[in-house]
Design a protein around this ligand. Structure first.
Ligand code: PAD
Ligand code: ZN
Length: 375
């Protein structure tokens, strides 16, 4: 029995930016009162992990255990925990839900005030870490940290899912799938018969396409500078694929012409501020809506003509597709099991955890959709 004891296990440590991750033996302390220790079974690699590793998120502290898109089994729980128990299959939540704060009580919000996503302390509520390596404190990432055999999270940052769910697929519901899918179905509320444009065809953009299709969009225009991404985009529902590099005109002019004045909904799934403005300009005068999904480097600013908004366009942004995790994650897992949604196309590679650096290489080289690591 490991309950109540420190667990020694393997984790991928990011000691500093721009260096490969190093697999090390770490010590994982037992969960405190409101905490849950989880044995990770599968974890996807998301661009947000790479943003930190590339040093683009200067407010995030190293050394750190990255990873935030996972599924696992509860190993042990703190004494005040009531919603999960050892043996439960779970998904850690990057968007926590305390159910008591103004946001959790608000029907339209999904960010928790208690676990404020802007703070990035990299620590648990008592300002300590459950991870250490060679006597050094290791920070957590997005209240989850899943590139490790064991992690500890707050009870508000984890939810039980159906035991029958295949972890190496449903782990994507922990970030990429929900983020893209919810941006279309929940944040934008795409309507049947509409025209949608998705910029960026990684795991997030493809999931946005799936959401647009499920919502009944009749045209889904997929945009990427890497044409290798087009076949997958078509496979999940894109009706047309275009590359900005094939035109001399700016991409928003191309899209405006293709769509008789602009799209109903546009989605920026890359993280480039100029592209966010292009997405807005690609939406129709009077009713177009843009959702910002991509995460820009810390401190980056958008500059735009307010006339774009004055004339009836809207811009929204959402983390995790605007979904409240505790309710929507188990529901999406059920929808996956009953084949209402299909995300298998998103997993392009499955590697053993030890090959994590190869997964990051594929991501940087534009050679994958999602790599899932298994433990
Ligand atoms: P990815 O790198 O797999 O996909 C990004 C795609 O964008 C690639 O296919 C690129 O070729 C393409 N691209 C790059 N530049 C351009 C350009 N100028 N025009 C068109 N396409 C371009 O990343 P991902 O899908 O894992 O993540 C995408 C973004 O979403 C990234 O910024 C990530 O940090 C963010 C994200 N947001 C949330 C959220 O909750 N809002 C969650 C997870 C990830
Ligand atoms: Zn992510």
């Amino acid at each position: 029995v490991t309950s109540g004891k420190v667990i020694k296990c393997k984790a991928a440590i990011a000691w500093e930016p721009k260096k490969p991750l190093s697999i090390e033996e770490i010590e994982v302390a037992p969960p405190k009162d409101h905490e849950v220790r989880i044995k990770i079974l599968a974890s996807g690699i998301c661009r947000s992990d790479d943003h930190v590793l590339e040093g683009l998120k200067s407010n995030i502290k190293f050394p750190i255990i990255l990873g935030h898109e996972a599924a696992g089994i509860v190993e042990s729980v703190g004494r005040a925990v009531t919603t999960v128990k050892p043996g439960d299959k779970v998904i850690p939540l990057i968007v926590s839900q305390c159910r008591e704060c103004q946001c959790c009580k608000h029907p339209n919000a999904n960010l928790c005030v208690k676990a404020d996503i802007r703070k990035h302390t990299g620590l648990m509520d008592d300002n300590t870490s459950r991870f250490s390596c060679k006597g050094k404190l290791i920070h957590n990432f997005l209240d989850t940290s899943t590139f490790t055999e064991y992690t500890v999270v707050n009870e508000i940052s984890v939810v039980k899912i159906d035991d029958a769910a295949p972890s190496e697929k449903v782990c994507l519901i922990g970030c990429g799938f929900s983020t893209g899918y919810g941006s279309a179905t929940h944040t934008a509320k795409v309507h049947a018969g509409s025209t949608c444009v998705v910029f960026g065809l990684g795991g997030i953009g493809l999931s946005a396409i799936i959401g647009c299709q499920v919502a009944g969009a009749s045209r889904i225009i997929a945009v990427d500078i890497n044409k290798d991404k087009f076949p997958k985009a078509k496979a999940v529902g894109a009706t047309e694929c275009i590359s900005p590099q094939d035109y001399t005109k700016p991409i928003h002019e191309v899209i405006t012409e293709m769509t008789d004045g602009g799209a109903d909904y546009t989605f920026e799934c890359v993280g480039i501020t100029d592209l966010m403005v292009s997405a807005l300009k690609s939406s129709h005068y009077g009713f177009g809506a843009t959702v910002i999904v991509g995460v820009a480097p810390t401190g980056a600013k958008i500059s735009l003509d307010p006339m774009l908004l004055l004339t009836g366009r809207t811009v929204k942004g959402a983390i995790f597709g605007g979904f409240k995790g505790k309710e929507s994650v188990p529901q999406m897992v059920t929808d996956y099991l009953t084949k209402k949604i299909n995300l298998d196309e998103l997993v392009s590679h499955t590697f053993p955890f030890e090959k994590i650096n190869e997964g990051f290489k594929l991501l940087r080289g534009g050679k994958c959709t999602r790599t899932v690591l298994t433990f």
